[in-house]
Design a protein around this ligand. Structure first.
Ligand code: ZN
Length: 296
């Protein structure tokens, strides 16, 4: 029922709804935090847990997350849940996070970067996101894990941000903010045209970056998160009849194992395809294939 005033507001009443009235509504915000697109992160010895500078990157990650959290509460959020979405998904330390949030931690999740999202949320934010696999310039460009060359859903090539936006749409929760390098932000706008973007660094090539001053980037994340949550409007769930997923891998080992599932078709030695009738269901199988089939 709380959707009714929001829908009316979109049509005509915005000017007479005071900010205090808008903030009185429950606003539950979900923040998925990756690491490659975090302010100041610029080397793979930071993003790998075994890397010499991993501890620094964890601190940088929590700073961007906290900036988005502060902004979300400033914009009227009454509840914020953070999902650690990088690698082990145990990077964010709860003692360093804004004390108002709950943290979803550990990578043993069926829905990975979107674990726990459902239709009770009012807005989604992607913090620290990166460009998709195959992007010639995005810093740390990849999709899911290093094993994928390309991911397509219903014929459209998508990165993590695109795939996660489809997941959010299934529940009718708008993606309102993305932060990362300029390539990641532009890429997200192709799948979510109205999304607010904060570019925290400019990719020079797949390794080199021009980093913005940290305090300036975090301030912009906070301000954008505030505006994004204040303006967030839920949409009806967007549910397609089917989700046909094509995964082109870097080599044939995973496809060879994945073909043991009856519904997974081998398109060629390095490419598998399957069809599911719901996005969460498709998402689970994508994750099983790239993350949980271990061919080492
Ligand atoms: Zn990551």
């Amino acid at each position: 029922m709380r959707n009714v005033p929001i829908a009316l507001c979109a049509i005509a009443l915005c000017s007479i709804v005071s900010p205090a009235t808008a903030h009185a509504q429950a606003r539950k915000v979900y923040i998925s935090v990756d690491m490659e697109g975090i302010s100041g992160v610029n080397s793979d010895n930071q993003t790998s847990a075994a890397g010499a500078e991993y501890g620094r990157a964890r601190r940088l990650m929590v700073e961007d997350a906290n900036a988005a959290i502060r902004g979300a509460f400033d914009g009227g959020a009454t509840e914020v849940v953070v999902n650690d979405s990088h690698g082990s998904q145990r990077n964010l330390l709860p003692e360093d996070l804004d004390p108002r949030v709950r943290l979803i931690s550990h990578s043993f999740k069926r829905h990975g970067m979107m674990e726990g999202l459902d239709s009770t949320y009012d807005a989604v934010m992607f913090v620290g996101y990166h460009a998709k696999a195959g992007s010639p310039r995005g810093v740390f460009a990849h999709t899911g894990s290093g094993v994928l060359r390309d991911l397509q859903i219903n014929g459209v090539s998508l990165g993590e941000g695109g795939m996660n936006a489809l997941f959010a749409r299934w529940y009718g929760v708008p993606v309102v903010l993305v932060t990362g390098d300029d390539v990641a932000v532009e890429e997200q706008k192709t799948t979510v045209p109205n999304v607010r973007g904060v570019i925290v660094k400019r990719a020079i090539n797949s390794r080199a970056v021009e980093l913005r001053p940290l305090l300036e980037a975090r301030r912009e994340i906070q301000e954008a998160a505030k505006a994004a949550v204040a303006a967030a409007r839920k949409a009806p769930p967007e549910r397609l009849a089917r989700y046909t997923v094509r995964m082109e891998m870097r080599d044939q080992t995973i496809p060879e194992v994945a073909a043991a599932f009856r519904e997974i078709r081998l398109v060629n030695p390095t490419t598998v395809e399957f069809t599911r009738e719901s996005m969460p269901d498709a998402y689970r199988l994508i994750r099983v294939i790239y993350r949980f089939i271990n061919t080492d």
